[in-house]
Design a protein around this ligand. Structure first.
Ligand SMILES: [Ca+2]
Length: 373
């Protein structure tokens, strides 16, 4: 505590005059030496019948003052056990019982989340550290039969049920020294465990992409960190669209984003950057990785001589600038969705040049014309 400053502390007789209590309801003696109290001389004196809040002087002695005065204050945090394993921090709240939603919020308030257990190693570690056989620590999920649905949405087949558990129906899950126990959703408050992992790595797979035009591919990007990091793809300093109509679009879940490449064209050629942001408590960590998408063989249909009434169709088309020695095809589709495909046997050499191709075609009245490789 900073010295030289008077501060509010957690003592009050506002509920009943002269019945001084700590905020948890424990009574405070007004004199003597046990239980501990340290009133200053002549205090508490309830001056003008308006002093109901406890102030601790810079010398450590206590006084009652009007609750409307403004002073600095002292906070007390309930003690918790903090365990560290490979950078993963578990906080066992051994002295505070909360209901499920309250416990989730309490963890979130600290930039953490209610513990989820996906593997035996973590389960063993937690069990070993729950020393009191009767202690039940809420976990961040609910059970239905033996299955557990974790709040983060992560799937896991690992189960740590104690003998004879779980019961039927949707239940809360708590870790104990003897394995997981299940409880009714409206059970009384329980101890709880929060977890946190500061983000330290970002992974992208594959690292680089050369995607043939029209081929569907995807690049995944994920980052560690608990609570999960926000992960998203950017290009040209803006977020890649999430619309599945885009030829390139992203699909994100907490901790991971997938860049879908669907019928990519030359216009999609650029550098894509995956950004991961993790905010845990007061820390904001941002990591980035990127790759350049190349689309080597996207040809382009330009025009046809549609006014022509002969059985020959002549089209103008332009190969992709890197489409050397790649066989291109002319695709014609009519209103009945019938398609004729003609191999043009053209291996472009002058890549900026518009080329022409003439093909005898069936006498359809309407064509949808595309050029592919
Ligand atoms: Ca006083």
């Amino acid at each position: 505590m900073q010295t030289g400053v008077n501060r509010w502390f957690g003592a009050s007789d506002i509920v009943s005059e002269s019945a001084w209590k700590w905020l948890d309801g424990t009574s405070i003696a007004l004199s003597g030496s046990s239980p501990y109290q340290n009133w200053a001389q002549y205090e508490p004196n309830n001056l003008e019948n308006s002093e109901h809040c406890g102030l601790i002087y810079h010398n450590g002695s206590w006084s009652d003052r009007s609750c409307s005065e403004k002073w600095k204050f002292i906070c007390q945090k309930r003690s918790a056990t903090i365990l560290n394993r490979d950078g993963h921090i578990f906080t066992l709240h051994r002295h505070e019982k909360l209901k499920f939603d309250e416990a989730k919020q309490a963890c979130a308030d600290e930039g953490e989340r209610l513990l989820e257990i996906y593997d035996e190693e973590t389960d063993e570690f937690i069990r070993k550290n729950i020393l009191n056989a009767g202690a039940e620590f809420l976990l961040g999920g609910t059970s239905t039969g033996t299955a557990v649905k974790w709040d983060s949405g992560r799937e896991s087949t690992y189960r740590g049920w104690a003998d004879g558990r779980p019961y039927q129906g949707q239940r809360l899950v708590a870790a104990t020294h003897d394995g997981w126990m299940d409880f009714a959703l409206d059970a009384e408050g329980k101890l709880y465990i929060c977890e946190k992992l500061n983000m330290s790595t970002i992974m992208q797979s594959p690292r680089n992409a050369t995607v043939e035009a029209g081929v569907i591919d995807k690049i995944t990007c994920s980052a560690n960190g608990i609570p999960y990091s926000a992960v998203y793809w950017m290009s040209y300093s803006t977020n890649v669209t999430e619309s599945m109509n885009g030829s390139v679009y992203q699909e994100s879940v907490p901790g991971m984003s997938t860049l879908h490449i669907k019928n990519a064209t030359l216009n999609d050629e650029t550098t894509y950057t995956c950004v991961a942001v993790n905010v845990a408590g007061n820390y904001r960590v941002q990591l980035e990785t990127n790759f350049t998408l190349t689309v080597p063989s996207a040809p382009e249909y330009i025009a046809s001589d549609s006014g022509n009434c002969s059985s020959n169709l002549t089209i103008a088309w332009k190969p992709n600038k890197r489409a050397f020695n790649i066989l291109h095809k002319l695709r014609l589709r009519n209103n009945n969705n019938e398609e004729d495909v003609y191999e043009m046997f053209k291996t472009p050499t002058a890549t900026t040049e518009i080329q022409t191709y003439t093909q005898a075609v069936r006498p359809w009245s309407t064509f949808k014309i595309t050029v592919t490789t």
